[in-house]
Design a protein around this ligand. Structure first.
Ligand code: FDA
Length: 304
């Protein structure tokens, strides 16, 4: 049953018509628990609140299904406006983005042009941009672009997913660039030909790459709500005397806020990933797929 629901949410999240419809009608079904709002102003208000709780933020302007150059340019402009708004408000947040929203599926050149414009603006503000990792189909091209950009920019990082078989090798390659990585388990539905189908194997590989990247001496963002992974990270940093400046914990907006608060209290750096924008549906479906128990939460909101 759980697997069925997981598959259903993952498919719905990729459905263009459902996404278009959701965009038209605004945040619904309790999505406001996971998405900060549909405007930059709402996003900045959320950042202010999180900063006052001792957390730093990464803002993500949601955008999926970009098919035209015009849409890709609009997305890039929104990223730049978000960086401007962060600077203007003087809040502590960097930016996360998806390269498909910047035209990756249209052409590599268009995406690179948009990325450079965004990174130039971020550099001007001494800010940082993180490239989210999408499905396997986009993995190689995303890493190729990242490597090219990393040679030009210090303020860019990317995400690596523990569920992929290739990940250990990618971490070794990215070490040559001293890459700043966010490590995650992985959120997309992938074939067993490319990704571990069993959760236990994903968890084991996650631990392996956390240790590998930290011991390589690189900045590591451990992005997980899984207490076992959080405790594992704490034990590695303690055993190998890894300074607090070399790592951070990251969690999603609205998820496991008790753990976030506890880590802040313990003196760890906690960054909250705050998505905003009208294109909320795909993101919301991925969060439901991760934890079908959240469906009860959706049903309660439908009945309200
Ligand atoms: P796991 O799935 O094992 O969950 C551990 C516990 O966390 C659960 O038992 C539950 O208590 C809680 N939990 C997890 N998900 C929840 C949810 N949706 N609602 C409520 N509780 C939940 N993926 C990707 O492919 N590319 C990316 O770029 C990113 N970026 C990213 C940024 C940040 C900051 C985070 C935290 C995560 C991502 N992810 C991601 C998503 C990631 O790959 C993964 O799908 C989720 O984090 C869920 O996995 P956990 O590590 O939390 O563990």
């Amino acid at each position: 049953m759980e697997l069925l629901m997981r598959n259903m949410f993952q498919s719905l999240g990729k459905n263009t018509s459902a996404n278009k419809l959701a965009k038209k009608y605004g945040l619904r079904f309790g999505a406001a628990r996971f998405v900060a709002g549909d405007s930059i102003k709402a996003a900045i208000d959320a950042v202010k609140k999180l900063n006052s709780d001792g957390k730093v933020v990464t803002l993500d302007h949601l955008g999926e299904f970009v098919y035209t150059e015009e849409e890709a340019l609009q997305s890039a402009a929104m990223c730049i406006q978000t960086l401007d708004a962060i600077e203007e408000a003087g809040v502590n947040s960097n930016l996360s983005l998806k390269m498909t929203s910047l035209g990756l599926d249209i052409s590599k050149e268009l995406c690179m042009r948009n990325m450079r414009n965004i990174l130039d603006r971020a550099r001007l503000y001494n800010n940082f941009v993180r490239i989210d990792m999408e499905d396997y189909e986009h993995c190689q091209i995303s890493l190729d672009i990242y490597k090219e950009l990393r040679r030009e920019y210090d303020n860019v990082g990317i995400v690596i997913q523990a569920y992929l078989y290739r990940t250990e090798q990618d971490i070794a390659d990215l070490n040559l660039l001293n890459a700043n990585l966010r490590l995650v388990k992985g959120a997309y539905k992938e074939s067993p030909a490319v990704a571990f189908p069993e959760k236990k194997d994903v968890d084991d590989n996650y631990k392996k790459i956390i240790k590998q990247h930290l011991l390589n001496g690189n900045y590591t963002a451990v992005a997980s709500h899984d207490e076992t992974m959080i405790e594992f990270t704490k034990s590695v940093v303690s055993e190998y005397n890894i300074p607090k400046e070399q790592f951070e914990f990251q969690m999603l907006y609205g998820i496991c806020e008790d753990i976030q608060a506890r880590l802040v209290k313990e003196g760890y750096k906690v960054r909250v990933y705050v998505p905003f924008g009208v294109d909320w549906f795909g993101y919301f479906m991925r969060r439901l797929a991760e934890r079908p128990a959240n469906v009860w939460f959706v049903l309660k909101n439908l009945l309200k």
